[in-house]
Design a protein around this ligand. Structure first.
Ligand code: FCB
Length: 394
C-alpha cells in the first residue's frame, strides 16, 4: 500500500502545550488563577529544548512537522513585537529546513495574549485587524521558510469550550452571542491572514485545521436522531468549513473519533468498546468518510491531527496503521490527500486534562515509544506494511 510520492509524514504540536512558561497568554493567567484544573508550567520546555524535538523528528525519519507560533510571546503587549521570540522561531524553522523537514505553521492554536483576552478575545471585532497585524509580523520574519500555513486551529472547539461549556478561557458558559461572533471573526480572520501571507509569499498555502467528529444518530432508526445528527454536523463543523471554502487553499482535517447525538441525549457511551485512555472510541472508518466528504470540494487535504491517548502504548501502533489504511483507501478512491501529521510528537500539556493524557510518540523525557518505530518505518518506506508484520514488530 504505497502512498503518493512526496507525501508529507509528520507530527503535530502546539506552542502552549510544549513550550512552557507561556507567561503572557490567557491560558497561563487562567491556570494561575485556578480557573483551570492544571497548570502548564514548563510543559516540555520546548522553548529551550526545541533542538531535541527536531532530533526526534530526524530519528523518526519524518519529512514534515506541524508546530505553532505563540501570539502572546510574539506580541506580549499590544503593538509591541518581540524580535527575539521571532528569531527563536526562525532558528527552529531553519533547523527543520536543514534537516529536510517541511514546516507547517499554525498561527493560532487556542491560546491568545492576555491583553487580547481583556478586549474580548475572538468574540470582539477588534481581533481581526489585530490578528492580521500579528500575522504580518510572523510572515515577514519566516515566510521564506514556510509554505504550508494554518491560520486558526479548530475554531469550533475553541468556541464550544470557551462560550458554551465555559471550561476554557474566557470561561463564558452559554454565551451564545459570543459563540457566534467568535466563529464569524475566526472565518474573517482566516481570510485576512491568507491575504497577508500571500502578499508576502504568493505560493503560500493556507487553511484552517477543522475538528471533524462526524455526528451519528444514536438510534439509527429514529428520524429525530438523524435530523439532530445532521444539524449538529452542520452547526458544529460544516458551517465554518463551507463558509471559508473559497478562501481555503487546502483543507486541514483533525480527526479523532465520532460522536453520537439523539433525543433524549445518549447517557452511556455508544459505538465499539475499543476506547483510548481519554475514553474516545477508536473508529478508523470515520476518517475515510470524513476524507470522502471533504474530498468532494476538490481541494488538497492534509490530516493535520490524528492520534491516541495511550500511556501503555499498547494500542497506538494499531491505531496508526488502521487509520492510515483508511487514508490510503480514500486516496485510492480519488481524494487528494497530501500528508498525515500524527498528534503528537511528545506527551504534553493536554489543556484541561493537564499531563494526564499521553498522546506522544515519545514521552516528555523524549524517549521514543515502540509505536513510534512502527510509524517511522511507514514514513520511511512511504507505504503501509502488511498488518501481520506490524503486529509482529509491535
Ligand atoms: C485537539 C487539539 C490538540 C490536542 C488534541 C488531542 O482538539 O487541537 O491541541 O489537544 O485535540
Amino acid at each position: 500500500m504505497r502512498f503518493p510520492d512526496g507525501f508529507l509524514w509528520g507530527a503535530a504540536t502546539a506552542a502552549h502545550q510544549i513550550e512552557g512558561n507561556n507567561l503572557a497568554s490567557d491560558w497561563w493567567r487562567a491556570e494561575q488563577a485556578g480557573l483551570l484544573p492544571h497548570a502548564s508550567g514548563m510543559a516540555c520546555d520546548s522553548w529551550n529544548q526545541w533542538p531535541d524535538d527536531i532530533g526526534l523528528l530526524r530519528e523518526l525519519g519524518l519529512n514534515a512537522y506541524r508546530l505553532s507560533v505563540e501570539w502572546a510571546r510574539i506580541e506580549p503587549e499590544p503593538g509591541r513585537f518581540d524580535q527575539s521570540a521571532l528569531d527563536t522561531y526562525r532558528r527552529q524553522l531553519e533547523a527543520m529546513k536543514q534537516a529536510g523537514i517541511e514546516p507547517m505553521l499554525t498561527l493560532h492554536h487556542f491560546t491568545s495574549p492576555r491583553w487580547l483576552a481583556d478586549r474580548g478575545s475572538w468574540s470582539s471585532p477588534d481581533v481581526m485587524p489585530r490578528f492580521a497585524q500579528y500575522v504580518e509580523r510572523v510572515a515577514r520574519a519566516t515566510s521564506d521558510l514556510v509554505r504550508w500555513w494554518i491560520s486558526i486551529n479548530e475554531p469550533s472547539i475553541l468556541a464550544f469550550k470557551a462560550c458554551i461549556e465555559g471550561s476554557w478561557p474566557p470561561h463564558q458558559p452559554w454565551n451564545l452571542r459570543g459563540y457566534v461572533r467568535l466563529l464569524r471573526h475566526a472565518a474573517r480572520g482566516h481570510v485576512l491572514a491568507r491575504r497577508v501571507l500571500q502578499a508576502e509569499r504568493s505560493d503560500a498555502l493556507v487553511s484552517m485545521a477543522f475538528a471533524i467528529w462526524p455526528a451519528q444518530a444514536a438510534r439509527w432508526w429514529s428520524p429525530i436522531d438523524q435530523a439532530l445528527a445532521r444539524l449538529v454536523d452542520w452547526l458544529w463543523q460544516g458551517r465554518i468549513l463551507r463558509r471559508s471554502l473559497t478562501s481555503l487553499d487546502w483543507i486541514g482535517v483533525n480527526y479523532y473519533s465520532r460522536t453520537f447525538v439523539g433525543w433524549p441525549w445518549p447517557t452511556r457511551p455508544l459505538g465499539s468498546d475499543k476506547r483510548t485512555d481519554f475514553g474516545w472510541e477508536i473508529y478508523p472508518a470515520g476518517l475515510y468518510s470524513v476524507l470522502r466528504q471533504v474530498g468532494r470540494f476538490g481541494k488538497p487535504v492534509v490530516i493535520t491531527e490524528n492520534g491516541i491517548a495511550d500511556a501503555d502504548d499498547d494500542q497506538r501502533a494499531a491505531y496508526i496503521v488502521d487509520h492510515l489504511r483508511e487514508v490510503h483507501r480514500a486516496i485510492s478512491d480519488g481524494v487528494d490527500v497530501r500528508g498525515y501529521m500524527h498528534w503528537t510528537l511528545l506527551d504534553n500539556f493536554e489543556w484541561a486534562e493537564g499531563f494526564t493524557q499521553r498522546f506522544g510518540l515519545a514521552t516528555r523525557e523524549r524517549q521514543l515509544r515502540p509505536s513510534a518505530r512502527v510509524y517511522a518505518s511507514i514514513a520511511r518506506s512511504n507505504a503501509l506494511p502488511e498488518l501481520a508484520a506490524v503486529r509482529a514488530s509491535g
